[in-house]
Design a protein around this ligand. Structure first.
Ligand SMILES: *Cc1c(COP(=O)(O)O)cnc(C)c1O
Length: 350
């Protein structure tokens, strides 16, 4: 007899990370193009001399700093090893086996995985014709077994964002015992004032949480740190299923250094948002249909030609993220890398 892992893991999709190809331009993981700011790199280097010590398991300093930033009590903050980890903790904290998690599809690839790992049931609700969340359909999908709803705003991978009134009406209708997690990994790139800051809803309601990350706008994808802002019952429950010490010391130090340099980092996001508009306009001129994006990537709804586009880009030493049958997601990077992408997009046979 051989060892027997859980049988249901056989059907678990493996997380497919953006590919890294030597010497190629990587536009597949929505990372920030610039390296860490000198002040952040210095803080990380200084913290390196203490790595024989365990990190602060309670993430005290960073949690307090985030609480000050969002102007809420520190009890309403939970820091995690990336917001992916917080997604998984949320499912574990909310759902008994078989209870339901509702999310849009296509959306963030981690939702199916974290739901299944926690032995909860996935309820996927197709995006609408504009590739946005269909909040009416998501509402209709809520049953007495539903415990958690993810709303990814702006949505990865389509870049579309739900507006304040639409979201408020949805939240009004969701039963008060169902938690709505607003995944705002790309919040810092939002330029449309009609797209709400989810924290507005955390302040007003007892069943809303917001997920944010240092991986994108703050450029710390390699260090793994994200946070959740929500009702205290939720943050306490999420902390119970936290893997001890998983937010490492370098990550805590680096996140604090990023908050010290926040203005500079947010200025980078403004540049990225401007590049996003330029890239989208040029793609539209080339004849591509590109939904408006509020994130640091654009979506090419190429359907069955997604892999062909991926291969074309790879031949041009550019790595993008393809979802065969749906489309291709391309990260907005530096002006130079974006130009190289646009040149290659112009030669894709259409
Ligand atoms: C990138 C991303 C995250 C953040 O992941 P980390 O674990 O914090 O690196 C969360 N949600 C969405 C939708 C993302 O695209």
């Amino acid at each position: 007899m051989s060892v027997q892992p859980r049988v249901d893991l056989d059907t678990l999709p493996s997380y497919v990370a953006g590919r890294t190809v030597p010497d190629a331009i990587k536009l597949s993981s929505n990372e920030s193009p610039g390296g860490p700011l000198p002040s952040v790199a210095k803080a990380i280097a200084a913290a390196a001399s203490d790595v024989n010590r365990y990190p602060d398991n309670a993430v005290t300093q960073l949690s307090q700093r985030l609480a000050d930033k969002v102007r809420l009590p520190v009890e309403q903050i939970a820091v995690g090893c990336g917001s992916v980890s917080l997604c998984q903790q949320l499912v574990q904290a909310m759902c008994a086996p078989g209870e339901e998690v509702v999310f849009a599809w296509r959306s963030f690839e981690a939702y199916p995985t974290v739901t299944q790992v926690a032995a909860a049931a996935q309820v996927r609700v197709p995006l609408d014709a504009t590739l946005s969340h269909d909040l009416d359909a998501m509402l209709a999908a809520i049953t007495p077994r539903t415990r958690l709803v993810f709303v990814c705003n702006p949505n990865n991978p389509t870049g579309t964002a739900v507006r304040r009134d639409t979201l408020a009406r949805f939240l009004d209708a969701v039963p008060s015992n169902v938690l709505v997690a607003l995944d705002e990994a790309y919040r810092e790139y939002v330029t449309d004032p009609g797209v709400p800051d989810g924290l507005e809803f955390v302040r007003e309601r007892g069943n809303v949480a917001v997920l944010r990350t240092f991986s994108k706008a703050y450029g710390l994808a390699g260090l793994r740190v994200g946070y959740l802002v929500g009702p205290e019952e939720i943050t306490s429950a999420v902390k119970k299923v936290y893997v001890p010490f998983s937010v490492n010391a370098l990550a805590q130090t680096a996140a604090l250094a990023c908050l010290d340099a926040e203005d500079e980092l947010l200025a980078r996001c403004t540049q990225t948002a401007a590049e996003r508009e330029r890239v989208r306009a040029q793609l539209c001129d080339l004849g591509y249909e590109i939904p408006e994006s509020q994130a640091n990537f654009v979506w090419l709804p190429l359907g069955e030609r997604a892999l062909e586009f991926f291969d074309h880009m790879l031949a041009n030493k550019i790595v993008v993220r393809a979802f065969q049958g749906d489309g291709v997601r391309v990260t907005v990077s530096s002006p130079d890398e974006n130009d190289q992408f646009l040149m290659a997009a112009a030669t894709f046979p259409r």
